[in-house]
Write a protein that binds this ligand. Sequence first.
Ligand SMILES: Cc1cc2nc3c(=O)[nH]c(=O)nc-3n(C[C@H](O)[C@H](O)[C@H](O)COP(=O)(O)O)c2cc1C
Length: 349
Amino acid sequence: MSIDILEMLKEPRLVKVCAPMVRYSKLQFRTLVRQYDCDICFTPMILADSFVQSAKARDNEFSSNEGDEPLIVQFAAKNVHDFLNAAEMVAPYCNGVDLNCGCPQRWALKEGYGADLLKKPDLVKDLIYQVRNRISNPFTVSVKIRLLKDIYKTIEFCRILEKAGVSFLTVHARTPDMRNEPIDLDSLKLVRDSVKLPLIANGDVKNLESAEKLYRESNCEGVMSAKGILTNPGLFSGHSVTPLNCVQDWLDITSTIPTQFICFHHHLVFMLEKILPKKSRMFFNNLQNKTTVLEFLKDTYGIKPNINPKLLELTKCIFNIPNTKYNMCTVKDDDDLNINFLGNIFAES
Ligand SMILES: Cc1cc2nc3c(=O)[nH]c(=O)nc-3n(C[C@H](O)[C@H](O)[C@H](O)COP(=O)(O)O)c2cc1C
């Protein structure tokens, strides 16, 4: 994979990113949003241990093609072996790996994944450090976080990762307890001012205007959207609601790349949420098979799927099952890394 994500993030422009979304940010959706000005896509979160251990999990969780670039594969991991093995296996087929340190779901916290890792900076430092030392640039090793309630601890966490060699961070500017409240822009700005590495700001990007506003106000290098881009995949190219062309493109993509009905239908449910009147929406959302969905779209909008010969074949991934007995690099301790946790951004001048 030739694209250098870090070079992209250095460009003096808004870099537009499609979020990792379990069940949704799969190849078909990534193909769609790339046609609408999305610069970088993340896969859904994949459990690193299943990915390493099971061919079935790999087939279910990961597919790609030549056009699917730049691509970051996000893993949930809680030990170095799993993250390192998974990263090495997937490296030939993507531009970087990301560690999920933000998932607030109960199961994830209980298992020690996602936002639970925010409490374990030393472990996360080790995960990043080992992968960084095993796979060289321009391959990126990034982390997606939420804010901790204590902004000092959030900054400390980010600085530890910066010293460990993380390529960039995505900051969802909410704490794990926050749901739909507005994002905490002030805390995001403090994080921005405390680290030098590139940041992607995430939260509440609902249209191009709000993406540009967040970019300007946060001073981050990129902006990520999840729910917004799900309901309007044309968001980054300036459409205020899903354009009909985008629905057409979704039909073409999913008739060319094999797609399960539930994925095909759910995306349409999201995309049409703002453009179908309530009664038709209720009817559409309850449709149970592809034939009735296609009939509905033909009757309502006069569109039908076409095979798109330009879409590239799926990549045949041959995963090298790694030798699990790694010689780990020794992680330098904090003094060696010269971590000055809080620097002086809070010092009164
Ligand atoms: C359906 C769905 C699935 C998600 N799956 C993931 C995931 O796999 N990994 C992750 O880091 N965040 C995941 N998230 C969180 C989003 O990436 C994002 O951080 C969050 O939704 C805030 O962005 P937004 O305000 O643009 O929606 C998911 C969110 C949604 C709505």
